[in-house]
Design a binder for this molecule. Sequence first.
Ligand code: SF4
Length: 289
Amino acid sequence: MARTFDPATRDALLARVRFYRELGMTEFYRRPVDPALLAQFAGHESNLGAPEPAPSLSKGLDSETWDATSQPPLQEESNIPPRKSITVPPEVGSVIPAAERAASLQLIRDDIGDCTRCALHKGRDKIVFGDGSPTSRLMFVGEGPGADEDASGIPFVGKAGQLLNNMIAAMGLKREEVYIANVVKCRPPGNRTPEPEEGNTCSQFLFRQIDVIRPQVIVGLGATAATYLLGQRQPLAGLRGRVHAFRGSQLIITYHPAYLLRDPRQKKEAWADLQIAMRELGLKPPGKD
Ligand code: SF4
């Protein structure tokens, strides 16, 4: 049944859609709603106010510089709705000598091939395998490719990628010195969150990449990366700000750069998370020797 919104809600929704369009998201995916969730939220609906209007594009673009020092307090990233259980990560493989890691990653890429193991293959242009140094001590894991990544075959090359580059630079590193990959290697339609079947299927390749690279520190970017790396769904707020053990690496969870573009106020919190990673790696910010 068609639903009529009050003017304030309609304007807020329009602002949100315009914002996503400015980010390059032009297709929107409407997933079926779990009846149990509807029942769960029915009792809370009267407490739901109109959503806040999204920040303008100019504000988001101005915030692409990594100035994390003057932002107001935290708001939590929205969580993925509870759905099917997430597969527990497989056993950790044996250590690969550094000199063999590039070839070992290529073997994984060859194994993926022209993959049709999950439904995401239908809409992709290019498989986005990973990018960076196979011997890096630091790895970033995001959710999945967007339009720019799907076209180029390289992770994090759009606006969110620019911000990630700035975050890496703020740590005193170059992009080519770290390794970057995603939970899924094909672009979900309309940039929707990967379905559990898709994430569980494709994340096995991510785990193999991690086992080859053996980074000392992994930074999980956003709720989807946190969910598949940890094998369980938890609110992001409870996962940030501390070090998790994961497959022999130290895992730190922070916000996804696309979320930071949407709400630049959270950069301060993300920077605090990156400083935990830097501490574990023994790094100091540039100019603070
Ligand atoms: Fe294969 Fe991963 Fe692409 Fe699914 S997302 S088709 S598992 S490469």
